[in-house]
Design a binder for this molecule. Structure first.
Ligand code: DSN
Length: 414
């Protein structure tokens, strides 16, 4: 980054600080990952200079030879990766992707049945603070005590509520969804089906968990979580919804697409099509399982009955007497980054909930395996059992830093 270094010391220093933080810290935020240097290069490319409203072959401005090429490649690679009938790679991120999907399928006032936030759902699936909740009418289904979605209740709610759209997908839910059940309930009430796979897109692409693509009308995702691409969104859908989705993305909801980001998506999809990505996805599942087993040994209460994907929701308040906020802070102090999270029907508030969410996609990218998961579980336990003991936290911090340095990332960036 020699130009940045010469021209803008403040931004250069902040960037190097963040690089060091990522290199020396243990990243356990379930929605984060490390992209390849090729993805970073595409993201920082000259495509950032270009306006390209419209779609390949039908743009509003001239000079689209290369933007058309990268966007077409991104689309065809995504289609191959997920077996989707239609793909739109323009959504700027997950929240816009969901808004675009709502806009393409619903009219103001229409009803949506989505997953409750405290049971693993996402803000954009109808939380009252969002714009979507002001435009559409959301009802929310929950999970049962065994951690699985309550499909009986979902069917009952669908019959009573008569939603136009049934929404599956999540931000903190750790179990495999029964896609066929969603599709059959939706069919009974004549609802459109939508699933937000932002968290598990990489596991679907790596073919280590079942794909919802054949079952759902609309599939939204981000590209920067398990899929290990640049920050961004994407929508896949059945041919029937293609034109409505494209129109809702542009001109309905967004302006000019970010072609540098789309180029980086194409690079990431190219990587995900390679056999190594399957190995990566398989290792994510193994790592999450080992982490679950180890944390149980330390008497942590694991929510939803365990994990079938890349993350765990842990009730630290009932297990260790520390709140989610205290746990996040103490772990931050030792260089382990994760987020506080509500647990189902959390008796505590969202700013200081009972739980933490722990994810393994980033550490798996660094090459950490089962053996390393055992160490991580040990550090989490030690930290939370000694959260007020500065000396112990300092000792753990040093160990975590030395450990992370032995799994290097971005060593060529200076
Ligand atoms: N931060 C992302 C997640 O964790 O799901 C999106 O909100």
């Amino acid at each position: 980054m020699r130009n940045l270094k010469k021209q803008d010391k403040e931004i250069y220093q902040a960037t190097m600080g963040e690089l060091k933080r990522q290199q020396e810290g243990m990243e356990l935020i379930a929605s984060e990952n490390y992209v390849s240097e090729a993805v970073l290069e595409a993201l920082g490319s000259v495509f950032t200079n270009k306006y390209s409203e419209g779609y390949p072959g039908r743009r509003y401005y001239g000079g689209q030879k290369y933007t058309d090429a990268v966007e077409s490649l991104a689309i065809s690679r995504a289609k191959k990766l997920f077996g989707a009938e239609h793909v739109n790679v323009q959504p700027l991120s997950g929240a816009p992707a969901n808004m675009i999907a709502y806009m393409a399928t619903l009219s103001p006032g229409d009803k949506v049945l989505g997953m409750d936030l405290s049971h693993g759902g996402h803000l954009t699936h109808g939380h009252p603070v969002t714009l979507a909740a002001q435009i559409y009418k959301f009802e929310r289904y929950k999970t049962k005590a065994d951690g699985l979605v309550d499909y009986e209740e979902l069917e009952k709610m669908a019959k009573e509520f008569q939603p136009k759209l049934i929404l599956a997908g999540f931000s903190a839910y750790t179990r495999q969804l029964d896609y066929a059940k969603f599709a059959s309930i939706a069919k009974k009430v004549g609802a459109i089906t939508m699933i937000d796979v932002a968290h598990i897109a990489g596991l679907i692409a790596g073919k280590v968990i079942p794909s919802p693509v054949p079952y759902f009308d609309i599939v939204t995702t981000t590209t920067h979580k398990t899929l290990r691409g640049p920050r961004g969104g994407m929508i896949m859908c059945k041919r029937k919804y293609a034109s409505a989705i494209d129109k809702a993305a542009f001109p309905g909801f967004q302006g000019g697409p970010h072609e540098n980001n789309i180029a980086a998506k194409a690079v990431a999809f190219g990587e995900a099509l390679k056999p190594d990505f399957k190995k990566y996805a398989r290792q994510i599942l193994k790592n999450a399982k080992v982490l679950e087993k180890e944390l149980r040994k330390y008497n942590f209460k694991i929510m939803f009955g365990g994990t079938d994907n890349h993350m765990l929701l842990v009730d630290v308040f009932s297990s260790k007497g520390v709140t989610g906020k205290e746990a996040e802070k103490a772990l931050d102090e030792v260089g382990i980054t994760l987020n506080k999270n509500v647990i189902p029907d959390d008796p505590r508030g969202p700013m200081d909930p009972s739980g933490i969410r722990v994810g393994v996609p980033a550490v798996t990218t660094r090459g950490m395996k089962e053996k390393e998961m055992k160490k991580i579980a040990g550090w989490i336990n030690q930290t939370l059992e000694n959260s007020h003991d500065k000396k112990t936290l300092q000792k753990i911090k040093k160990e975590v830093m030395i450990f992370c340095k032995s799994f290097p990332i971005y060593s060529s960036i200076k």
